[in-house]
Design a protein around this ligand. Structure first.
Ligand code: MSP
Length: 535
């Protein structure tokens, strides 16, 4: 068995800590679903996993939003953070830590980290002049802005001119060390297109960036000069570190870093790549802590081919989507229909088509019709055959035997769409085998042994497919397993309710004679949406 199947090394993964200026949008849901799928995949392998998500609650953007809503910033943050948590429950996200940057113990971690960077001589007072986009919470080069200083990301927002005394972090000092990092660890930034983006940015020469603001109250005071407030990004990135503390730990860096550091993967969207792939490793080097394992920058989602935005009036509300279609449908579409790392589109028609084709027809019908045949021809139980006697070149056995290994590799590369394709090729082959061999005819001709082998091999392939897709569609996988006569629960991996990964990944492990459950649709066919007429 491949060594990846018995790895007990700890694994930690983060989503960005989302701004609480507004309710969660589909972009935040996208990253979180992907992180959850990866976390579930490694849990299945028996690895100790820590999945971190959370909220980024300081800074001018949040302060202004709270003011506009007539709430105190903290009340505002509490309300919006609770909304994120509700959505994660609806989407069946099993996070281990929810890191909020307004948590009191976060301040202790930030102070200690800042002190290390300060003691290393990497912070100095200077004058910051430039264009600031409050929505990005980032200074922008004039050449990167649109006409009239509108932000290219928040196209309805103008950047604001700032000329103020700020503390700076000596990013420029870390240019050689960063270049060395990118050379030594070519996988540090993924996918390659993102890596190239960072390399060319760094090549242009790194400039120090300011890590404090004046005229802003909503944030932590700079430990060495409380007249300044710490820049929201400096504080936010450290939210990943605070998240590592166990609830009973004293909030110290040593405690935080003792088990799960360095983080294996920071999953982010491409717009916040520089912070994670340039600023963050430099900050880590300055504080003398090992640099994180990998930064993976996924693409941007569009809707009906268009950039999404409130001003454009075409946002896609994840709460509405999951309420209408359920968690597995939403998880499946985004991970299956979009190549992770590339930009991708959502249209309701494509959504319904993909789900109907893959889940209702390909997998759902396969299980349903095979269970019905097992009832008719095999007494409602898994056929009691000698599994070892199935020939190695049996079309499903040969396909199924190394499937788990291929799928594992695809999960490790975060190629979710490839995972789905690999698995679907087995269910497709199963459907074809039934059509080709016509078990009803075999039964009529009295060829019971052939019927048994066919039904067994199809049920077993459906089981393997459900197992391998369980990180993406855990509820559907549960339904498949129940109908195959199991009682385990993919939503309870840590309770030891799931047989260990190596056992269930072997094609042929479905126990002969296991009583089968009642056939029920695992995914209801969806109605094709009526095309909305453009207003
Ligand atoms: N608070 C910072 C992150 C700090 S991490 C220490 C932040 N928050 S955010 O809420 O604005 O962004 C969250 C994520 O949503 C980012 O990864 C961003 O790339 C992603 N997306 C925002 N719009 C998106 C799409 N249209 N499509 C896909 N992801 C998008 O940035």
């Amino acid at each position: 068995m491949d060594s990846t199947f018995s790895n007990t090394e700890v694994f930690s993964i983060t989503t960005p800590l989302y701004y609480v200026n507004d309710l969660p949008h589909i972009g935040s849901a996208y990253t979180t679903m992907a992180a959850d799928a990866i976390a579930r995949f490694y849990r299945l392998q028996g690895r100790p996993v820590l999945m971190i998500t959370g909220t980024d609650e300081h800074g001018q953007k949040i302060q202004r939003t709270a003011e506009a809503a007539g709430r105190s910033p903290q009340d505002h943050c509490d309300q919006v953070a609770a909304g994120f948590d509700r959505l994660w429950k609806q989407l069946n996200i099993h996070y281990d830590r929810f890191s909020r940057t307004t948590a009191p113990r976060h301040e202790a971690i930030v102070r200690e980290f800042f002190q290390r960077v300060w003691d290393n001589g990497d912070i100095y007072l200077g004058q910051q002049q430039g264009w600031y986009c409050v929505s990005c919470e980032e200074f922008k080069e004039e050449r990167d802005l649109l006409d009239d200083h509108y932000c290219p990301i928040h196209t309805n927002r103008q950047a604001e001119w700032r000329d103020e005394s700020n503390y700076f972090f000596r990013l420029s000092k870390y240019q050689p060390a960063l270049e060395q990092l990118y050379r030594d660890r070519p996988d540090f930034i993924q996918p390659t297109s993102r890596r190239n983006e960072v390399l060319s940015f760094v090549e242009q020469g790194l400039q120090d960036f300011s890590v404090s603001r004046v005229n802003l109250d909503w944030g932590f005071p700079v430990p060495t000069d409380p007249g300044h407030t710490l820049y929201v990004w400096f504080d936010a990135l450290l939210g990943y570190v605070t998240a590592l503390l166990d609830p009973e730990d004293e909030p110290t860096l040593d405690n935080a870093l003792k088990r799960w550091w360095p983080i294996n993967i920071h999953l982010i969207g491409k717009d916040i790549l520089r912070f994670h792939a340039v600023y963050w490793p430099a900050m880590q080097m300055s504080a003398g802590v090992p640099v994180s394992g990998q930064v993976f920058g996924h693409g941007f989602l569009t809707k009906d081919g268009q950039k999404m935005g409130k001003s454009l009036g075409n946002t896609l509300d994840p709460v509405d989507l999951v309420t209408r279609y359920g968690a597995d449908a939403v998880r499946y579409y985004f991970l299956r229909a979009i190549e992770f790392g590339k930009d991708g589109d959502f249209s309701e028609t494509r959504f319904v088509d993909v789900l109907n084709a893959d889940l209702a027809k390909n997998m759902g019908n396969l299980l349903n019709r095979t269970l019905k045949m097992a009832k008719k021809y095999c007494d409602g139980a898994v056929p009691g055959i000698d599994v070892g006697a199935i020939a190695d070149d049996h079309p499903l056995k040969s396909k199924g035997s190394d499937l788990a290994e291929q799928v594992s590799q695809a999960y490790s590369r975060l190629s979710f769409s490839h995972v789905c394709e690999l698995v679907l090729s087995l269910t497709r082959a199963s459907n074809k085998l039934i059509d080709d061999q016509a078990p009803w005819a075999l039964f009529k001709a009295g060829k019971q042994a052939d019927v048994d082998e066919l039904i067994y091999s199809v049920l077993e392939s459906t089981r393997l497919a459900a197992y391998l897709l369980s990180p993406i569609i855990p509820d559907i996988s549960n339904a498949v397993y129940q109908q195959l006569g199991y009682t385990l629960d993919f939503n309870q991996p840590e309770a030891g309710a799931i047989a260990p990964f190596p056992l269930h990944t072997v094609w042929g492990c479905l126990p002969p004679e296991q009583p089968l459950g009642e056939p029920q649709p695992i995914f209801q066919q969806l109605a094709v949406p009526e095309l909305s007429t453009p207003s």
